[in-house]
Structure formats: structure tokens, C-alpha cells
Write a new protein. Structure first.
Length: 99
């Protein structure tokens, strides 16, 4: 599944709600992470939207209208890997509870 990641200044967090209230975008997989939770400098939120090409195209269009920064290439991959690592860590922790 393809994805897109946006970097949002914390003071503009309300714009995330504007973006994800769209019907098509809301049906995609949506994750939000704070920069500090990903061990990154700055005061940002990272919005990862994963889903259909049509859903991502709509998200990109709306994000552009809202002046949200879309991450590309190396930076997007770095954020995606940090999010996956965080999710894997949480999943393994839950698994230990049930063992």
C-alpha cells in the first residue's frame, strides 16, 4: 500500500482535522506522531496517510490547499521507518502481556 507523509507545525495541528474530515481521506489509514515521540528535533506533528491512490491524491490536494508540507524521498522514508519501529515495539510489548 502506498503512503504520503506530511510535516505539520504543532501550532497548525487543527489543519490535520480539516484534512482528515474529508470523506475519502477519512477512509484511509491515518497515523499522527509528535516529533519528540519519534526522537526528532523540532515542534512538529507527522501525519501519515496510507491507502488507495485516489485517497492519497485527494489528501495531497487538500494538504496543498491547507499549506501542509509534504515530505518526499529520504525524509519521508526516515519518518516511515521510525513510525514502523514504534508500532513494532508496541506490538511486541502487548504480545509479552499475553504470553
Amino acid at each position: 500500500m502506498t503512503y504520503v507523509i506530511f510535516e505539520v507545525k504543532s501550532e497548525n495541528a487543527g489543519k490535520i482535522n480539516e484534512l482528515i474530515k474529508d470523506d475519502l481521506v477519512s477512509r484511509q489509514s491515518i497515523l499522527t506522531r509528535d516529533s519528540s515521540s519519534l526522537d526528532l528535533k523540532g515542534n512538529f506533528l507527522y501525519l501519515k496517510i496510507e491507502g488507495s491512490e485516489e485517497g492519497l491524491k485527494r489528501a495531497k490536494k487538500l494538504a496543498k490547499e491547507l499549506n501542509l508540507k509534504k515530505l518526499d524521498g529520504k525524509k519521508a522514508k526516515e519518518i516511515d521507518e521510525k513510525i514502523k519501529k514504534q508500532e513494532d515495539s508496541a506490538a511486541s510489548g502487548i504480545g509479552m502481556i499475553f504470553d
